[in-house]
Design a protein around this ligand. Structure first.
Ligand SMILES: [Zn+2]
Length: 293
């Protein structure tokens, strides 16, 4: 297959008429022979690698493995050890892989536009380095398939006994949760039908967002249940849980993203890194884990 000329200044831009073969070159970063072409009109060489998102990466061979490791309860440190690369390589690759995952997820969800009828949503609490800096992850799943439809990560002030000492030590912490819920619900508008059914626990904050973004929908609130020992407290100790899909998804997140495990020593140091890590997992969850069921 011939590629088109990518040079916008070229007289035969986007045409293959002037394109000739220019042999192959060996890419040592993943031991591949890459075919190359040349445009006779502008004299530029190019190949399938020119527009590849992993261009210039010396360790591109780790990318698919790294996605699997990070989505299977491995820390960044352990992933680096298993892949035989430096920790900094893994840290630098996290935003890159998250960007790819977000794009892939957007494409994946496009096939479900205006097809979702029942949504379960809730928040999961975790922390940033210390218990004094809690983080909230808002997440929405489709009731039937357990597909993750979206998430947002927000900082929140600590509650209860820790609230005072947290303020003394780290100062005032902004509550980003209202913005996180806005983001999540606005992203759901393209996927979910206007008269959908939303299910959540009885958190009083949720109603306004459902009403604002889906005025014709119905919102069913379910009283919280006691957590079971299995499933990191997310799975409930009842025979039938109406919020099973969201609780099961949270249990999977906690089991597969090492920094979300309760009482872990593997904590998040930066909010963005947690968001990137979840984005990588979400894409893996929807496109690999759920398909293999
Ligand atoms: Zn050209």
């Amino acid at each position: 297959m011939k590629l088109l000329c990518h040079n916008k200044a070229c007289s035969s831009y986007n045409s293959w008429l002037e394109i000739i073969n220019k042999g192959f070159y060996f890419r040592s970063s993943d031991s591949h022979w890459v075919k190359r072409w040349c445009c006779k009109a502008c004299g530029k060489n190019f190949s399938t690698a020119t527009e590849n998102p992993a261009r210039w990466q010396k360790k591109r061979r780790i990318n698919p493995q790294l996605v699997k490791l990070l989505s299977s309860n491995n820390s960044m440190r352990r992933s680096a050890l298993l892949l035989n690369v430096d920790r900094k390589t893994v840290a630098r690759r996290l935003p890159f892989l998250a960007d790819l995952a977000r794009r892939s997820q957007m494409k994946f969800l496009k096939d479900h536009q205006q097809l979702i009828h029942t949504v379960e949503f809730d928040d999961l609490e975790t922390l940033e380095h210390t218990k004094c800096k809690p983080i909230s992850v808002a997440l929405a799943v489709e009731h039937k398939s357990r597909k993750i439809l979206g998430f947002s990560v927000s900082s929140m002030p600590s509650k209860g006994l820790l609230a005072k000492s947290s303020r003394e030590k780290y100062g005032f912490r902004i509550d980003q949760r209202p913005m996180g819920w806005e983001l999540l619900f606005s992203s759901l508008q393209s996927l979910v039908v206007p008269n959908a059914e939303f299910r959540s626990d009885s958190n009083p904050h949720y109603t306004q967002y459902v009403k604002r973004y889906f005025p014709n929908s119905s919102h069913i609130k379910i009283e919280g249940k006691r957590g079971a020992v299995t499933g990191q407290g997310e799975l409930k100790k009842v025979g039938f849980d109406p919020l099973f899909s969201i609780n099961h998804t949270f249990a999977m997140l906690r089991a597969n993203i090492c920094r979300l495990i309760r009482k872990t020593w593997c904590t998040t140091k930066k909010l963005e890194a947690l968001s990137d890590h979840i984005a990588i997992y979400v894409n893996f969850h929807n496109q690999v884990l759920l398909k293999n069921h």
